[in-house]
Each structure stands twice: as C-alpha cells, then as structure tokens.
Ligand binder design. Structure first.
Ligand code: AMP
Length: 586
C-alpha cells in the first residue's frame, strides 16, 4: 500500500500530516502528488470536496516552497472567502514543522490595507479570491512574477460566479513556465477551454468515477405535495434527533424564508446566503462549526468551502437546476470515512429528475415515506430515554438539594416517577403530533390534483396542517425555545390583533427582547405605544420567542415605529428593532 513517505516528501511535511492523522493517501492524493512531484505535470482533477484534494495540491507545493524568498511562489485561487480561509488553514497545519513559511488568504469584503501590509511583509503561499487578487495586482501589492505553481480550486464555481475575466488576467500575469493544477467537481466545456488555453498537456485525474458519488452516502427521496414541502422538512428533521446538516434551497429568498420559519419553530437553524454581510456569515459558520447551530439553510454558492466533516445529512429542500450540482451537495456528507444521508424532497412534477441524478451518480435512490407523527414520537421519546440513561448524575452541585427532593418524592413509586419525568419532558411533543395526518402522497398519484394545488387543499390535509400548525411551547428534545409550527396558525389573539388574512398590509419587525426579558404580547404593544408617544397602531401577529420576538404592524406605521423603538430603552436595555423579512435576523 502506498504511504506518504513513498512520495519523497520532506520529513517536516510528513510530521505535519502525521499529526493530522493522515496515514494513507486518498485516491486523488495517490494520483496527483507523484505526477506533480516527479513529472511537474499540469493537472486537471475532477474532484469534489471531501476527497482530500487540498492535500493533493497542498503537499507538492509545500515541497517546493523556498522560504528564503519574499514574494509568493504558489498561488491558489478559490471562489469564496470561506474556502480561501480553509485552504490556508489546512496548508498551515501541513506545514506546522516547516519553520517560517507564510500562508496568506486574501479575499473581498474585508480591509484591503491589512492584506497589502501582510503581502509587503513577505508571503510564500497566497490563497486568493480572483476579484480581490485583481485589486491587489492593480495596486501593485501582489507580485506574481515568482509564482511557480498555480492552483485553481473549485474552478467550475469560479466560472459560475463570473470570475472568468479575472482568471484570464491573473493567469496571464503568472510566469509561463509555472505548473498549473485545476480542480473542479464538474467538467463543463468552459473548464475544458480554460485548461487547453492555460495548461500544458494536463494529466486528467479523477477522484473516482466521473460524477460518481462517494460510497459513504445514501441517497433518499421523499415524494411530497408542493404545499407540504416545509411540513415534510420538519417531520424529517424531527425524525433524526441528532441531525447536523445543510438544507439547500434554490434562491437566497427561499433560503432566508425557510431558515426564518425553522428558527421561529424553535429549531437550531441559521441561514447562509450572499445577502448576509461577511460578518453575519462568519458568525453563522462559527456557530455551525461548533454545533450550536444544527441546521444550516444555505444556497449552493454560500455553502462552498464549508469545511465540516461530520454532517449527518444533506437536505435538498429544492433540487438544483443543474443536475451536476447535486453531486456537489451530496458530497458534503459521508466525508472523512463517515456515512451520511443525502435526501431530496420532490413533488409530483419533479419525479423524473431523480432518474437523471441516478444515472449521473451511478447510484439508486431509496424511496422513503415521510415519517408519521407516531413514528416521530417514538424516535424522539427513545432519544430522550437514551439521554436520561447517559446523563451523569454524579454532579456535586445537585448534592445539597437531594435530601429535600428525595423527601418530596417519598410517596411516589419508581414507575410513577418515570412516568412523570417522561410526561413532563415529552408532553408537548406528543400533543403536537397526536392525530397528525399522513403527508405521504398515495401510490399511483401522478400529479397534484387541482384541489391540492389550491390553497385550501382537501379536508384531510387541512387537518394535518392544522395540527402541524398547532405546535406550541418548547420541545422535550435538544432544542430550547419556542416551537410554533406552521406559521399560518400562530399568534396570540390579543387586543390589537387584526387577523391573518390581510398580511399584505402588514410589515414584520424583529425586536431584540423576548420571554427571557419577560416580554409578552401586551407588554410588547405597550412598548411600541410608549415608544411612539401613545400613537395607536394596528398590530398583526405577535410572536414572542425566548431571546427575541417578531410582530406585525400596519405598513404605513412601520417607519415611525422602527425609528421610535430604536431610540427607546426598556428595562435599562436599548431596544433594537429592524424589518424582518429581508434581512438576517441577528
Ligand atoms: P478536502 O477534500 O481536502 O476538503 O478533505 C476532506 C477531509 O479529509 C478533510 O477533513 C481532511 O483533513 C481529510 N483528509 C484529507 N486527506 C486525508 C488522508 N490522507 N487521510 C485522512 N484524512 C484526510
């Protein structure tokens, strides 16, 4: 079996990767590293994220780096800031024992001055987004004249993002006798054109079958009615209590909407898309990496470069337009030796797309049924029991309270106590799913009936939606906070509430106070009225969550309400209010 030392890599590099636990090269590493080191070949690599491609290009370029130089000898281009940062981090870990080697990521959306200063201080490996690099070249801060290796990572995505002109300029600014490596998850004609223009007899290397998906991923599809898409998502998420995954939507707007709904329903979800500021995106990614967010709702572009290996699920809330994008998405799970599930929600009209994907990934999808309420309850209940079983009750902090607690429970039997604990933890969950109807489309139903595509739907389903919409309070499981269910049925019917049918006349507002601040609908209306000096306004739905809340207000009053609230203090706290539909929440 090939090992890393067979490649003749420097001992410092071998030490660095051994510390990361890399024992045997992945298939793409086994093919790329010797080609580059022994033959200095240009490489076109068909490889997805998760195949180990970063080390495939990173190790050869480290082998060649001359740390006595001050201008970059290697340039790596990547489509997003996240990917640049990740690549730079990976290369720094491989080179931990290589002394004064400097890797610098440069990308847009952040101060260019610091990047110029860092470049002047000397850089060996530059990792850049094309746009920012062009800026740096124009300001004469980036000198590419000594570049010996250029890597284009996720080349298809750079082209999708419209970077082709920038890439042409950058490649023309690098010396002709360089070695070029291009990696791409897909091989559209533009990539082949790019390769033939800028590369010298490139060796084509594939991490496996062209477009084949990794074996570690199971592919499932759920057949849904379009109007039940969101409810089906919730049921699936509820069915997997330990879920840690990405929910892919087609547009930024859908991404924000689905994330908003999930957050309102008490799930640990956050959106990630291009309309969020860089700071917001960094914060979301940080929370996701640390698992304080378990569902990332993302667009394809924003999810590029996500470096998380332990995703349990990739959820295709909507199928991508390009069938090939599916490979990219599903490759985010089943990484680094772990298994994962990539699942797809398809409506009756989309069924044929499953066959197209199957023939591309050369794997069969398994048809799954949307879990029934009773199945979900069972799974959640036993998850709770598992957790109770594993809870370490040896905590000294509770010791002083135990005698009094034991005394209070003296007259209860063991069975009584178990029943009580489970009921307390689980009651709301059972109530939510009690009598919930099936969301599965009956066999043989080829298309959505006229009635189904109507807003009202048939009676059975209205029943199901009613129930799903009835979910209130926090859950017995992992997630704290409020779970409101389908938004259509939510909202306290407090005075000032105008009903839900004319929501077009209402604007939705986020406010940074919630139950934890002892806010309730009456108090919220009071605050708004006080902030506006008693001017009465019409309220729509009010949703009080744990740390923040949302309320609807007649559109004509929105500007005044926002202005006055943002100058207002409540309980010695500065109120922050902002329109909620179009923006990231926090
Ligand atoms: P990449 O495709 O470069 O994003 O790598 C995917 C994951 O596989 C990363 O977490 C790497 O740290 C890990 N990895 C890469 N090469 C190896 C290897 N030879 N052995 C074990 N893990 C690896």
């Amino acid at each position: 079996m090939t090992t890393f030392s067979d490649f003749g890599l420097k001992p410092e590099i071998l030490q660095g990767i051994a510390e990361l636990g890399y024992e045997t090269p992945t298939p793409i590493q086994a093919k790329v590293i010797p080609q580059v080191l022994d033959n200095r070949s240009d490489i076109v690599g068909l490889a997805q994220t998760g195949t180990g491609k970063t080390a495939a290009f990173g190790l050869p370029l480290l082998q060649w780096t001359d740390t006595s130089l001050r201008t970059p000898s290697s340039l790596i281009l990547a489509p997003t800031r996240e990917l640049c940062v990740q690549i730079a981090k990976d290369i720094e870990s491989y080179s931990k024992y290589m002394g004064k080697l400097k890797v610098l990521p440069v990308y847009g959306g952040t101060s260019i001055t610091n990047q110029i200063r860092d470049l002047r201080n000397g850089v060996h490996i530059l990792v850049a987004t094309p746009g920012r690099l062009i800026d740096l070249i124009e300001r004469k801060a980036a000198d590419l004249s000594a570049v010996e290796i250029v890597v284009l990572d996720e080349a298809d995505e750079m082209l999708n993002m419209g970077f082709i002109d920038d890439i042409n300029i950058i490649l023309s600014s690098c010396p002709n006798d360089r070695t070029t490596m291009l990696f791409s998850a897909t091989m559209p004609r533009e990539i082949q054109r790019l390769a033939s223009k800028y590369m010298n007899n490139p060796v084509e290397i594939s991490s496996g079958d062209r477009n084949a998906s990794t074996n570690q991923v199971e592919h499932h599809y759920y057949y849904i009615r379009e109007r039940d898409r969101y409810l089906a998502l919730k049921r699936i998420v509820d069915y997997y209590p330990g879920i840690y995954g990405i929910v892919f939507c087609k547009t930024k707007l859908d991404t924000q909407r689905v994330a908003d709904k999930l957050m309102e329903d008490g799930y640990n979800a956050e959106p990630l898309h291009g309309d969020l500021s860089q700071q917001q995106r960094d914060r979301v990614m940080d929370k996701f990496r640390h698992k304080s967010v378990s569902l990332l709702v993302a667009t394809d572009v924003a999810a590029r470069g996500i470096d998380v290996d332990s995703l349990t699920h990739v959820i295709n809330y909507n199928l991508p337009d390009e069938t090939e994008t599916y490979t990219h998405r599903s490759g985010r799970t089943g990484r680094a030796g772990k298994t994962g599930i990539s699942l797809v929600l398809v409506n009756t009209k989309e069924r044929s797309k499953i066959r197209q994907i199957e023939s591309m990934i050369k794997k069969k999808f398994e048809k799954k049924l949307i879990p029934e309420g009773s199945e979900i309850c069972r799974v959640q209940l036993f998850n709770l029991i598992d957790k109770l079983e594993k809870t370490d009750a040896m905590d000294n902090d509770i010791e002083p309270f135990l005698p009094e607690i034991f005394a209070r429970f003296e007259n209860f039997t063991r069975e009584d106590l178990i029943r009580k604990i489970v009921a307390e933890e689980f009651h709301r969950f059972l109530v939510y799913y009690q009598n919930s109807a099936s969301l599965n489309v009956p066999e043989g139903s080829d298309r959505e009936s006229g009635r189904d595509s109507d807003r009202g739907g048939d009676r059975r389903d209205r029943g199901s939606r009613g129930r799903d919409g009835d979910r209130g309070g926090d859950r017995g499981g992992d997630r704290g906070g409020d779970r409101g269910g389908d938004r259509g049925d939510r909202g306290p019917r407090s005075s000032g509430y105008k009903g839900g049918n004319d929501s077009d006349n209402f604007a939705r507002v986020f406010i940074n106070c919630g139950k934890m601040d002892e806010l309730n609908p009456q108090r919220l209306m009071g605050i708004v009225n006080d902030a506006g000096n008693g001017q009465r306004v019409q309220f729509g739905r009010i949703e009080i969550l744990d740390k923040f809340s949302f309320f609807e207000i007649e559109k004509s009053a929105e500007r005044n309400v926002l202005d006055s609230l943002n100058k207002f203090e409540w309980k010695n706290r500065r109120i922050k209010a902002e329109p909620s539909e179009k923006r990231g929440r926090r």
